[in-house]
Design a protein around this ligand. Structure first.
Ligand code: 5GP
Ligand code: ZN
Length: 113
């Protein structure tokens, strides 16, 4: 399901521009507009789920696909040391209520000594 009021639905639907990294059957990844680390990429389900708990509950197949895309990108872009994190709920810092994982790393692969 696509929610036209949701910016991440609009990015997944290619109505809004984003710096895309990769996509799979059920997920799409793009650079965060305001990166907090040298690597900061978001990975989202193409369908609208408000957070990772809802995605897990409703669509485990989509969750698996998203985790595979996220970890493949993290290993491809980083030194191998990375975080894949899901802020869930306002108190935890979630500001966009379409499930998304933050792939962050301090060390891009091409900067490993
Ligand atoms: P949250 O705080 O919900 O865990 O993360 C939302 C993230 O989405 C933030 O890191 C923010 O910078 C990013 N973001 C918000 N709007 C846009 C946008 O329109 N395009 C992109 N690429 N990132 C966005
Ligand atoms: Zn959405």
């Amino acid at each position: 399901m696509i929610n036209s009021d949701c910016i991440f639905c609009r990015i997944a639907n290619k109505e809004l521009q984003a710096n895309l990294v990769a996509e799979s059957e059920h997920a799409i990844a793009f650079w965060d507009i305001s990166p907090r680390q040298p690597i900061h990429i978001l990975v989202i389900p193409k369908a609208h789920h408000k957070n990772i708990a809802e995605l897990t509950q409703n669509s485990p197949d989509q969750l698996l696909d998203l985790m595979k895309l996220g970890t493949d990108i993290a290993q491809d872009k980083s030194s191998g040391s990375f975080r894949l994190s899901f802020n869930t709920g306002e108190e935890a810092g979630q500001t966009v209520f379409h499930a998304h994982g933050h792939i962050t790393s301090r060390t891009p692969k091409d900067q490993v000594a």
